[in-house]
Design a binder for this molecule. Structure first.
Ligand SMILES: [Cu+2]
Length: 208
């Protein structure tokens, strides 16, 4: 009797377990079926939210671009102040030269390493210039057939620049020197028969 009743209880238990399992599955399925529904419902608002946020970002971008022109206006003001600064810069080391027919004479100061503000005054009758070239001596510079300096053969890094002055005028420029040997010369008349430098219009200088 006991084994029978026990087997009967087992059957009942199995049946209950099956029912329970089915019930669990049913609940689980209902949850699964509910979840997609909820997701679908929540997706719609999120899409709307995304659209709204896209609109907001577009609006904010246009606002930023509106601010950019203001920045451009500020940068327009900056070059003006920079120009003012460069006007103040020539207060470095002041050096003056006298350019005559056909000599270059240092009249005040001396070229030093760094920034130099050079002022040349042409007291002669011909137009003159002062070319600063890095070279050991004037004789070492490459020359054309008429004795003018052939700048086409002078390395660009050795050419510091030139100041030109018509007769009776004064010109100022800024030149940056590094220590070494230099030649200051006038190459006016380079294509003529008597270039100024060939007449001795040059001086040699050493920058410490
Ligand atoms: Cu000259």
């Amino acid at each position: 009797m006991l084994p029978l009743s026990a087997s009967g209880d087992r059957r009942r238990l199995k049946a209950l377990a099956l029912v329970g399992a089915l019930a669990f599955l049913a609940v689980a399925c209902s949850h699964k079926s509910m979840k997609p529904r909820r997701t679908t419902t929540s997706q719609a608002p999120s899409t709307t939210a995304e659209t709204t946020s896209t609109t907001e970002s577009t609006t904010s971008t246009s606002t930023t671009s509106t601010t950019e022109p203001t920045t451009t206006t500020t940068s327009t003001t900056t070059p003006a102040s920079t120009t003012t600064t460069s006007t103040t810069a020539p207060t470095g080391n002041a050096v003056t030269y006298d350019l005559a027919d056909f000599t270059i004479t240092l009249t005040s100061g001396a070229i030093t390493a760094g920034m130099n503000t050079v002022t040349v005054t042409n007291t002669g009758h011909a137009p003159h210039e002062i070319n600063f070239v890095r070279a050991p001596t004037a004789a070492s510079l490459p020359k054309t057939a008429n004795g003018a300096v052939d700048f086409a053969q002078v390395p660009m890094m050795d050419q510091l620049g030139v100041l030109r002055a018509a007769a009776g005028t004064t010109t100022t420029g800024v030149f940056t020197f590094t220590p070494g040997s230099y030649v200051a010369l006038c190459n006016v008349g380079a294509t003529g028969a008597n270039p100024h430098v060939a007449r001795g219009m040059f001086i040699e200088l050493t920058v410490a």
